[in-house]
Design a protein around this ligand. Structure first.
Ligand code: OAD
Length: 242
């Protein structure tokens, strides 16, 4: 299908939908200047995200993991939402049922004003005590390493879901409910290889949704979706909202 026809088709689907769900990944924040995980600019001191964002890495050396998070927090603190984030805030207001599921931990959807939102991998501006479990917002830059809990003195960790850890049940339930009840699912800027989000396209499709992918490149989701639009999120996402 030609690009114009695809965009027309998506607009028509959105015009008649009552329920819309959106899944976003690092690609939407790339247009705000946040490095993606699997792009070359996502490396820090030659570590890959998979070497640092794990409970094992934190148990081995919490200070190095916190140094990485300080680097990422300082970088993200200088970034702002882009037109794609704002287009999703606009989209949220147009539908009876809307849910935004993001794998991003940078908080840019919230900063843009999104409210119907699950941050399924957590948020880089929150910390959790490894001893008492208390979760707090924390915007210190840099955070003192190693950071400790104001309540019990235990070691704090980022409130982020690391590789090998389970997502919060509430986030998963809400996501599956939103995937099962939408007429349109937009999958924006994700490589589609990290589970469970990698399974969201087939889940929504099986439930009857029209599934759209927006990405710079082809991904494993490209085979599953109804239509695929290649391009930068900051250009393509606003185009879908006339
Ligand atoms: P990835 O870095 O794996 O993938 C980013 C995707 O965005 C790729 O498919 C790119 O082609 C695409 N992309 C990059 N720039 C783009 C742009 N300007 N416009 C459109 N598309 C663009 O990031 P995620 O899929 O989000 O987990 O990764 C999933 C999870 O793995 C992350 O949440 C993170 C990571 O390790 C945790 O932090 C727990």
């Amino acid at each position: 299908m030609q690009r114009e026809r695809i965009i027309r088709e998506i607009r028509t689907r959105l015009a008649t939908a009552r329920g819309v769900t959106v899944l976003t990944g690092a690609g939407i924040s790339a247009d705000s200047g946040v490095p993606t995980f699997r792009g070359a600019d996502g490396l820090w001191r030659n570590f890959r995200a998979e070497d640092l964002a794990t409970p094992e890495a934190f148990a081995r050396d919490p200070c190095v993991v916190w140094e990485w998070y300080n680097w990422r927090r300082e970088l993200i603190a200088t970034k702002s939402p882009n037109p794609a984030h704002y287009a999703l805030v606009d989209l949220e207001k147009r539908f009876e049922r809307f849910w935004l599921i993001t794998q991003n931990v940078d908080g840019l959807h919230g900063a843009a004003g999104s409210q119907k939102l699950s941050e399924i991998h957590g948020n880089i501006w929150k910390v959790r005590c490894t001893r008492c479990g208390r979760v707090d917002e924390n915007r210190e830059l840099p955070i003192a390493i190693p950071p400790s809990c104001a309540a019990c003195g235990g070691l704090l960790r980022p409130h982020i879901v690391w590789f090998g850890e389970a997502l919060a049940t509430e986030d998963l339930n809400r996501s599956y409910e939103a995937l099962g009840r939408c007429e349109v699912l937009l999958i924006i800027g994700t490589s589609g290889i990290v589970y469970p989000a990698a399974s969201f396209a087939p889940v929504a499709k099986a439930a009857g949704a029209f599934v759209v992918e927006i990405n710079l490149d082809a991904t494993p989701n490209t085979q599953v979706v109804d239509v695929s639009l290649q391009g930068r999120t900051k250009d393509v996402v606003p185009e879908l909202l006339p």
